[in-house]
Design a protein. Structure first.
Length: 98
């Protein structure tokens, strides 16, 4: 599902750039610069999301954790989070859960 969202966002950005009018003799270069920037931004966002989704926790990973509703919730990068394999989603708490 996350890859689908990234692909849709990329298509929307590219479509928006392709429909921009090019003015004057530098229009083609401006279009190419916009397209290149959009592709780089999309790749950066996709990389950040992929890195987060790829990390896993376990009882020996070194991160502090608490058990909430029979599920380990880990402290990671300033937030408390857990992964639900059934939905494929990450969930987080702003504060330490009880």
């Amino acid at each position: 599902m996350k890859h689908l969202r990234t692909s849709i966002a990329t298509l929307i950005l590219v479509a928006a750039l392709l429909t921009q009018p090019a003015c004057g003799r530098h229009g083609g270069g401006l279009f190419a610069a916009r397209l290149f920037t959009a592709i780089l931004m999309t790749a950066a966002v996709a990389t950040v999301l992929a890195l987060h989704d790829a990390h896993t926790h376990n009882y020996s990973c070194g991160h502090e954790y608490v058990i909430v509703e029979e599920r380990p919730v880990y402290h990671y990068q300033g937030r408390w989070e857990y992964y639900d394999p059934g939905s494929g989603q990450w969930y987080q708490y702003d504060r330490r859960p009880r």
